[in-house]
Design a protein. Structure first.
Length: 125
C-alpha cells in the first residue's frame, strides 16, 4: 500500500472543482504543493502582465479573493492528513517560528493509516 502522487492538473481540479470550500477530510502532500505552485505562478503571471499599477493590483486582489477559500480548505485538509486539527493553521500568526513549524508540517509525510479526519488520500493497494 502506498500513496499515489497527484499530477499538477489533478491537484488544481481537486482544489478548485471537487473541494472548493471543503474543510473536512484529508489532502496529500503532492496535492497541497502543486496547488501552492499554481497559486504562486498565477499571481506572478498577473503581476508580469499587468504590472504594479492600480489595475494590476485590482486583478491580483480579485484572484486572491477567489482562491482564498480553496487555499484555506486545502491547508486545513493537509493538517488533517498529518493528524493535526485545522486550528493549527493559526500557528502562522506567530512570527518566524510559527511559519517555520508550519512549513515543516506541510512537508511531512501523510499518516499512512485512517485517522479521525478520514481515510488516507490517493491510496493505491
Amino acid at each position: 500500500m502506498f500513496q499515489r502522487q497527484v499530477s499538477f492538473q489533478e491537484a488544481i481540479v481537486m482544489a478548485l472543482k471537487n473541494n472548493y470550500c471543503n474543510f473536512s477530510g484529508r489532502s496529500s502532500r503532492s496535492e497541497f504543493w502543486w496547488f501552492i505552485l499554481f497559486y504562486s505562478l498565477l499571481i506572478f503571471v498577473i503581476a508580469l502582465i499587468f504590472g504594479k499599477n492600480d489595475f494590476g493590483q485590482t486583478i491580483s486582489g480579485l484572484v486572491v479573493l477567489a482562491l482564498i477559500l480553496p487555499y484555506f480548505g486545502l491547508c486545513v485538509r493537509r493538517l488533517h492528513d498529518i493528524g493535526r486539527s485545522g486550528w493549527w493553521l493559526l500557528i502562522n500568526l506567530i512570527p518566524f517560528v510559527g511559519e517555520i513549524i508550519y512549513i515543516i508540517w506541510m512537508c511531512k509525510d501523510s499518516e499512512m493509516h485512517p485517522n479521525q479526519y478520514g481515510p488516507v488520500p490517493n491510496v493505491v493497494a
